[in-house]
Design a protein around this ligand. Sequence first.
Ligand code: F6R
Length: 348
Amino acid sequence: ELVGYPHYMLKEIFEQPEAIARTIAHTKVALEQLTIDTSIIEAVTIVACGTAYHAGLAANAMLEQMLNHPVRVEVASEFRYRKPIINSHHLVIIISQSGETADSIAALRLAKAEGAQVLAVVNTKGSTIAREADSVLYTQAGIEVAVASTKAYTTQITVLTMLAAYWGGADISAALDKLIHQVQRGLELDGQMMDLAEALKYEQDVYYIGRGVDAVTGMEATLKLKEISYIHAESYPAGELKHGTIALIENGTPIIAIATDSELVEKMKSNIEEVAARGAKVYIFATPACAKAFGAIAQEIMLLPSTPLYFSPIAAIVPLQLLAYHTALIRGCDVDQPRNLAKSVTVE
Ligand code: F6R
């Protein structure tokens, strides 16, 4: 089944172009059949765990703009116990690869009991979440075997972005046509990620910084690095650093800065200068437009494909998945079966 790949994780990272292409084709049809009554929706809450939670965060801004209603994103284990105010004017979107995550199932049942409409974005056909939701949009990632989620994540963002555009009446077909090629371009950074993994292999802490959707990409990238390489990593919205965490930056601290948003690039530049001035080794992942702004401040710039901002979480995570993979591999970790983790968390 591995067909030439040493690990499922690597295979699944490289399957992303086809998984996304299948998801796009399927979602175009599925959206036309969706029976959600948007006219009564006044607020949206997205609920999920782990990587699926990050997919919700990645699509948050696009959904809010397109729906023109407040959208919040919550971790299922928090949502289910905090007595949230939910009613029949609420749409609750549950995101889950397995469709069997205990906290996400509990969140779904709570939302239904309070009268909300519930939409599930799920990968596994016939799973509990798919069966119990009012409506389902299936990601077409195919079976994901590696514990660390990769293609489920990028297909989740694909579905949520298409949903947002559909509801907002925005035509993103040109961007969808280019997306597969841009993901392939992200995969082409594999060799550079092997080199960067060499540079990170003995590190104990790595910090990721970004703004807007790039901060979300940082969150997902740190989760990948932590779960398979066991290196401690933290992700910060770049502007939040100076409210505490910058105290940890010293000579040689590795920082991965992600910059895909041209409107925020000058802000990122000053954040990078702040950490570089304290001796941090800064590795920048930037689109060509953003890279231009950085000049000589970075040790190295990894060029990300340019996409519309709503697809940058997809294009930007691909090389960072590869970075986590190669770092774990060099450190001799069990990439597909990391310690203490299960593929599907069916108990609290
Ligand atoms: C991380 C990872 C987990 C899952 C989380 C939710 O790589 O795989 O964080 O994303 O356990 O699982 P699902 O999506 O099956 O509900």
